[in-house]
Design a protein around this ligand. Structure first.
Ligand code: C2E
Ligand code: CA
Ligand code: CA
Ligand code: CA
Length: 273
């Protein structure tokens, strides 16, 4: 039994060492991807639920290895947040989004691109100036960019966050709360936050047609948003019935595989023809 215990311990140590080696490997691979501009942006359309018309898109980062496989963002984004690599990766993403947006705007004036922010960026000095400079250098009207932030950003230092959101809004940008309903949220801070949009998390949309409790939550969010003059996007719509019901409930916008999966810029441009 003692020997077996030692074997388990060895096995456990080996696992830790391997995991550690793998994560060091992943980090340096990701650094290479940043340095060699091997990251990509995919775009998922956001549609008006009443008409089905594409009004904008969300930019989602993709990391493809030499063998063609993709590492999921749910793996590399949290890693990049611990290492700080999210800062250069996000700056690259904003530049790329602005570059692509100028093509989208030629096709569809008023088109709006949403980009995801991480808490790390939000808390850096000069972040505001950096965003504005990037937009200006690509001649992008500030109304055409939306910043998506999660509730975790507000928890770190809400006074700082509120001030920064106000500055972005005054400069003309939209600000959306992502994954709404999943954090510690919600209702009290919304009053203080000058946000333009809420994105209801997929968790509440999945069963909106079958589960009375989820429908009630969605109704509640929509009623509150209407009072506060905030637009709402339903995320993760996978079926026609969900899109129909959400439109009936008065939700303005939708996003999800039912409409389109995230896709390369050229495919999105084709959709706009
Ligand atoms: P998110 O911001 O909530 O993005 C939505 C995620 O839901 C995307 O996953 C999208 O592909 C997926 N999705 C969209 N419609 C459906 C649907 O109908 N069904 C299902 N099951 N999923 C759907 P993705 O692209 O894997 O990204 C995962 C997360 O990684 C994002 O969640 C976001 O938190 C983060 N992320 C992605 N790109 C960036 C980025 O450029 N910067 C930062 N900071 N985070 C990013
Ligand atoms: Ca998002
Ligand atoms: Ca989301
Ligand atoms: Ca998410």
């Amino acid at each position: 039994a003692k020997r077996q215990g030692r074997n388990y311990l060895n096995f456990y140590q080996q696992c830790i060492e391997q995991t550690h080696r793998f994560s060091v490997h992943l980090r340096s691979k990701f650094q290479q991807a940043i340095d060699n501009e091997q990251l990509q942006l995919f775009y998922q359309p956001i549609v008006a639920l009443s008409s089905g018309k594409i009004i904008g898109a969300e930019a989602l980062m993709r990391w493809q290895l030499e063998d063609g496989s993709f590492i999921p963002p749910d793996i590399f984004i949290p890693m990049a947040e611990t290492t700080g690599q999210i800062i250069p990766a996000s700056q690259w993403a904003l530049e790329q989004a602005c570059h692509d947006l100028s093509q989208l705007l030629e096709r569809r004036p008023g088109f709006c691109l949403a980009v995801n922010l991480s808490a790390l960026q939000f808390n850096r000095a000069n972040f505001f100036e950096q965003v504005i400079t990037t937009l200006q250098s690509h001649h992008i009207p500030s109304e055409c960019i939306e910043l998506e932030l999660t509730e975790s950003i507000l928890m770190d230092d809400s006074a700082h966050a509120i001030k920064l959101i106000e500055r972005f809004r005054q400069a003309g940008l939209s600000v959306a709360i992502d994954d709404f309903g999943t954090g510690f949220s919600s209702l009290s801070y919304l009053k203080k936050l000058p946000v333009s949009k809420l994105k209801i998390d997929r968790a509440f949309i999945q069963e909106v047609v079958n589960k009375a409790s989820d429908e009630a939550i969605v109704r509640g969010i929509l009623a509150m948003a209407r009072q506060l003059n905030i637009k709402v996007v339903a995320e993760g719509i996978e079926m026609a019935e969900q899109a129909i019901r959400l439109n009936e409930l008065g939700c303005d916008l939708g996003q999800g595989y039912y409409f389109a999966k995230p896709k390369p810029l050229n495919d999105l441009l084709n959709d706009l023809d």
